[in-house]
Design a protein around this ligand. Sequence first.
Ligand code: BT5
Length: 327
Amino acid sequence: MNSSKDKILRALREKSWVSGQELADIAGISRTAVWKHIKSFQKQGYHIKSVTGRGYLLEAATDDLLPQEIRAGLQTRILGSRIEHFQELDSTQEMARKRAHEGVIEGYTVLAEKQSQGRGRLNRKWESLPGSLALSVVLRPRIPLFKAFQIPILSGVALARSIRETTGIKAGLKWPNDILINRKKAGGILSEVSAETERVDYVSIGIGLNINCPIESIPAEIRGRTTSLSAAAGLNISRVKLVQRFLKDLENLYLMYLHEGFPPIRTGWKELDTTLGNTVEVQFSDRLEEGKAEDIDEHGALIIRTQSGATIAVRAGDVTIKSVTGN
Ligand code: BT5
């Protein structure tokens, strides 16, 4: 994208004070049009100083996850090919579904500062905390439906990696979809699939991550088992940089997965896993099983060994860690 708005923002980022005339020349528009753009940037949350005779100075970019902020410096080919941002949505998953049905391009990404109906798996509620991330991405992998459960697994590996790379926080993974820091949940992944005759049409991957969320903003019912990146690291984190890194890591893993299948994802998962070695309880739709989490198999299923010595490959289910013996 190279709109006059993008050109003005780029010039403001690269220079210190820049005059209205200079911006008008760079963007190929009138000085009045420049002034209108500056007003709209200020409305979006950019701190731009304006002084007669000197021009404009970008003091600080907004922390909102605006498309132009994410695009500036985004190193992807597919992910973020189209980006939409909303101050409030019911759920980014709903918007992703709507766009996917309209035929949106693969890599479409939608972000919301706040969700009124954020959801987890099995229609559980996902709390939208101030300073958090709510993002959904549409992918169109040519894979059979029975492999679709591998997509949230690979997304978890990408998310934990990108947190580690941008913040240094030792984020870990709990099978199948939780991001944990010091054994507390900081994020979750919800993957929803649409398929026709056993082939995937699209997958929407929803990411909820507590980034700059003060502990007091976490509802009391979940506070004991929930954390945020800022609470764990004691610092404020650039949400834009984290999203850019996540989209890049997700794209790399996704392309690797399409070419090489699940093995490299399995290896990546095992480096970040916090489930294996522990005694776990698995809630299936119809029963509860307890056993030792032994492995993630070559398809991405969690292998548990029950007391009777039988092994079960779990492809979908809720896992609770009962006793910790591993890392
Ligand atoms: C998940 O579900 O962990 C997947 C959450 C995915 C949310 C994203 S946000 C963007 C996109 N749009 C959506 O509408 N959803 C996705 P699950 O494993 O079912 O976990 C849900 C449980 O996590 C709840 O029952 C709570 O116990 C807990 N929980 C709710 N909000 C939380 C939060 N902000 N941080 C940590 N835990 C939370």
